[in-house]
Design a protein around this ligand. Structure first.
Ligand code: 5AD
Ligand code: SF4
Length: 455
């Protein structure tokens, strides 16, 4: 997923005792995951305190930030090509400042400064809270120190939405899946104290937010004075209607967590549980810490307690050494589990990770053929799961106009499915009961039902 998030900026001119705040503008290109989208919101929040406004486009900005993602080569390449374009812009507008943030900044600081002398600042993901100091010249131009303090978690964000908010609960990852660069770029796990999470969510509820998504690379290993199921229990009573969380690790998904999701009224019945592969041999090479049978057992437990839960996953095609049989095991797993949806990726070697040194590279055309098969089988499964909802009654939280047809409103079920309904003027953030009329691949068509229709 790629998001372009325009962000803010500042200029302060001192004349005698008078301070003129000249409005400055910042534009942020955000690549990659929700974590990055939220880091951009945090940087925007800090910069707005420094007087910056969001620019409509990079051309209108005097500060351009690239919030980069290093998880796969494609995201990294996309950043480098955008950075090339910014060079031309800097030639035209000499005083525009360019900052590179995120995981590529952390990983490739020297390379970026060498390849792109037009870059003014570099800031790693553990230092996003320092962006204000950096652009105001109160700190050195490059900040990629290992920062295990909690400062980057405790930042007032400038949020994209007025009804849905991301809230960081932990940072970093200790898992070292053999393909993954995240533990190297985002560092070790740190959990945020429950008191500051609760304070942030209480304030969001007061501002009228209707949904929070708790963010962490592996939320199941959250530990403060509370564990993660206890944290959910604590948040449930704070008055935001809906609580979601990403991402869960299959090894750490506990019975207590499944019960918390099933029993707490505010916690939505959706679990994102990356499977990565259906082959035990590959799961072991990936250092995932579970077998396919153990994974399946977790799915059974979820469905026993919550037959209506949405379950989604991530899958990697063409991991080193993956044979045709291993791939078939993944395809079989997709049919057996019947996920509601998946994110599937071709394996992308990342420098410094164990898998990048492994033998048995799968040729690119084979990787892409395997990915295509995975996506095709999953489409069939998604459609089957969506069709099973036809005729059911669902509660949806209205998010705004539908992206594909602005005469319709769009909302999500508790299980995280997109539903469109006729626009009868409901405000964003209202909760509407609908009957699902027709299932499509990417969304469901619903019709509002009267309260009397609900016995
Ligand atoms: N290549 C391909 N996919 C990857 N992911 C993480 N690292 C890689 C990589 N090197 C995927 C995993 C993870 C998701 C966020 O990105 O599926 O769950
Ligand atoms: Fe990467 Fe594995 Fe950590 Fe997820 S759990 S961020 S895939 S190392």
């Amino acid at each position: 997923m790629f998001f372009d998030l325009p962000l803010p900026e500042i200029e302060e001119t001192e004349i005698g005792m008078l301070h003129f705040m000249m409005s400055r503008a910042v534009f942020i290109y955000t690549f990659g995951c929700q974590m990055n989208v939220h880091d951009s919101e945090k940087m925007l929040g800090i910069l707005s305190q420094e007087g910056y406004e969001r620019a409509e486009s990079a051309e209108d900005a005097d500060l351009i930030i690239f919030n980069t993602c290093a998880i796969r080569e494609k995201a990294e390449q996309k950043f480098y090509s955008q950075l090339g374009r910014a060079k031309a812009l800097k030639r035209k507008q000499r005083d525009v400042k360019i900052a590179v943030a995120g995981c590529v900044a952390q990983e490739s600081k020297a390379k970026i400064f060498a390849r792109a002398p037009h870059v003014d600042f570099i800031i790693g993901p553990q230092n996003v809270h320092m962006i204000g100091d950096l652009v105001a010249g109160r700190n050195r131009a490059s900040l990629t120190d290992d920062n295990r303090e909690l400062a980057s978690l405790d930042v007032a964000s400038s949020r994209q939405s007025r009804i849905k908010a991301w809230v960081s609960v932990m940072y970093g990852c200790n898992n070292f899946c053999s393909y993954c660069i995240v533990p190297y770029t985002r560092g070790r796990e740190v959990s945020r104290p429950s008191s500051s999470i609760v304070a942030e969510i209480r304030a969001l509820a007061e501002e009228g937010y209707r949904e929070v998504t708790l963010l962490g690379q592996n939320v199941n290993s959250y530990r403060s004075d509370l564990d993660f199921p206890q944290l959910l229990g604590r948040i449930d009573s704070l008055g935001v209607g809906r609580i979601r969380f990403v991402t869960s690790h299959p090894r750490d998904l506990s019975d207590e967590l499944i019960s918390a999701v099933a029993e707490l009224p505010g916690v939505c019945e959706h679990i994102h549980l990356p499977i990565q592969s259906g082959s035990d041999r590959i799961l072991s090479l990936m250092n995932r810490g579970y077998s396919y049978a153990q994974y399946l057992r977790k799915i059974e437990k979820i469905r026993q307690k919550m037959p209506e839960a949405g379950i989604t996953a991530d899958v990697i095609a063409g991991f080193p050494g993956e044979t045709a049989q291993d791939h078939e095991a993944t395809v079989r797993a997709l049919r057996e589990v019947e996920f509601d949806g998946i994110f599937a990726f071709q394996y992308s070697p990342r420098r410094g990770t164990k898998a990048a040194e492994m033998e048995g590279r799968v040729p690119d055309p084979e990787k892409s053929a395997r990915l295509a098969e995975i996506l095709k089988v999953q489409e069939e499964m998604t459609l089957r799961r969506n069709r099973a909802l036809e005729g059911t009654i669902q509660e949806i939280l209205i998010e705004g106009p539908s992206e594909t047809d602005s005469s319709l409103l769009m909302g999500r079920t508790r299980s995280n499915k997109i539903v469109t309904i006729e626009d009868a003027g409901e405000a964003e953030g209202s909760v509407v009961s609908v009957r699902i009329e027709r299932a499509r691949l990417h969304s469901l068509a619903g019709a509002r039902i009267d309260c009397e229709g609900l016995v």
